[in-house]
Design a protein around this ligand. Structure first.
Ligand SMILES: NC(=O)c1ccc[n+]([C@@H]2O[C@H](COP(=O)([O-])OP(=O)(O)OC[C@H]3O[C@@H](n4cnc5c(N)ncnc54)[C@H](O)[C@@H]3O)[C@@H](O)[C@H]2O)c1
Ligand SMILES: [Zn+2]
Length: 345
């Protein structure tokens, strides 16, 4: 994997996807001069940034996880058909993780697949959702039950769009940043301990470097195991419980991940002897970034969702635990064992 950094255009070519940092959405058209571009976004992003979208070739769907489903996919596909989108056209998904997951899925199935690229507009999509090629939608209560793995050609990071991002969504993005620090990067964990969300949000240079670091962490993992047969599972740290409470409590994704991280730390204490003082350090860091570390939820209902998790394999589940801060490991544990821990912790 080459990690070529070009200072002039501020581009990083990871070998999986081209990343363009400090690249405004308006410049994307010039980047693909010979292609028809069709933009897909949600109502919130459109309302805040209508001027960046071309008149005509923009498809807008209602925002929110509750719309990340096949019904919305069907509506977007109808609109693509109405505007006569063809095999050689390119989809540009501009939005948070809901938009990138859904537009990447639509681009993968419409006419058996169009080219696509993303401009992530939430912190969470910049550091996580837009990266790695997992595109899909929820079905009933099961998150991301339907989907494909197909990489976008490019990611365009326009940090100016974050000015309209609600503060709760900034917090949510830090749930995934802290996840990356916990599993892969003790140095970044320490850096985060020494900063505050408010300072990073007001320092575009420092924030862009932080995003870039997170993009590289994720791309490095994905490059080893694009189809999630093994190493990629590490990115699911905190997500077993998170997906259940995200659905049950209607929590933003990163907030649910935060609660899931605390649960996974406690499971780590039992399974790897992870130092409880380090769990406390993680809890402190999550709170420093205004993330929740517990949530009231219906345990039976949550367990039903956990035991239906896609990470399940027969009677076992792949569960990510920490050996140390910055060192996550994948463990295969029996559902029975996890169930005991789940109702005990
Ligand atoms: N594919 C993956 O690998 C992956 C990884 C992590 C998360 N995800 C998925 O990503 C989704 C969560 O992503 P998210 O947190 O970005 O949620 P989201 O897309 O729902 O965005 C959060 C909210 O912020 C709004 N928004 C986004 N950008 C904005 C901007 N610049 N200005 C104003 N409003 C803006 C959205 O309209 C929405 O209301 C979940 O569905 C999750 O499953 C996918
Ligand atoms: Zn996540």
């Amino acid at each position: 994997m080459s990690n070529k950094v070009e200072e002039s255009s501020i581009t990083i070519d990871s070998g999986i996807v081209e990343c363009y940092y400090h690249f405004s959405v308006e410049r994307i058209k010039a980047h693909y001069p010979n292609e028809r571009l069709i933009f897909i976004t949600d109502e919130n992003v459109y309302k805040s940034h209508a001027e960046i979208f071309p008149v005509g070739d923009t498809i807008i769907f209602p925002a929110g996880e509750e719309n990340k489903n096949l019904e919305t996919v069907g509506r977007v596909i109808d609109e693509l058909h109405e505007i006569d989108a063809g095999r050689n056209d390119r989809i540009i998904g501009v939005g948070g993780g809901v938009v990138t997951d859904l537009s990447g899925f639509v681009a993968s199935i419409y006419l058996r697949g169009l080219k696509f690229s993303f401009a992530p507009t939430s912190v969470l999509a910049m550091v996580d959702a837009a990266i790695g090629g997992k595109n899909g939608v929820d079905s009933g209560q099961i998150k991301n039950q339907i989907g494909v793995i197909r990489q976008p050609d490019a990611l365009f990071f326009d940090f100016t769009l974050l000015r309209s991002l609600p503060s709760e969504e900034w917090v949510s993005g830090f749930g995934e940043i802290i996840k990356h620090a916990c599993i892969k990067d003790a140095e970044m964990f320490h850096y985060l301990e020494n900063h505050r969300l408010e300072d990073l949000g007001n320092n575009p240079g420092a924030f862009a470097r932080l995003v870039q670091k997170n993009v590289n962490i994720k791309l490095n993992v994905v490059a080893q195991d694009e189809l999630e047969t093994n190493a990629r599972r590490i990115l699911n740290f905190g997500h077993t419980l998170a997906h259940a409470i995200e659905t049950l409590n209607k929590l933003p994704h990163g907030l649910a991940v935060s609660v899931g991280i605390v649960f996974a730390c406690k499971v780590s204490e039992r399974l790897t002897g992870f130092d409880p003082k380090k769990t406390e350090k993680i809890v402190d860091l999550l709170q420093q970034y205004h993330l929740p570390v517990s949530a009231g939820f219906d345990k039976e209902a949550a367990w039903n969702l956990v035991s239906f998790d896609k990470k399940k394999s027969g009677d076992s589940i792949y569960f990510v635990v920490l050996e140390d801060i910055g060192k996550g490991v994948i463990k295969k544990i029996s559902l029975e064992n996890l169930k005991d821990l789940f109702f005990e912790i």
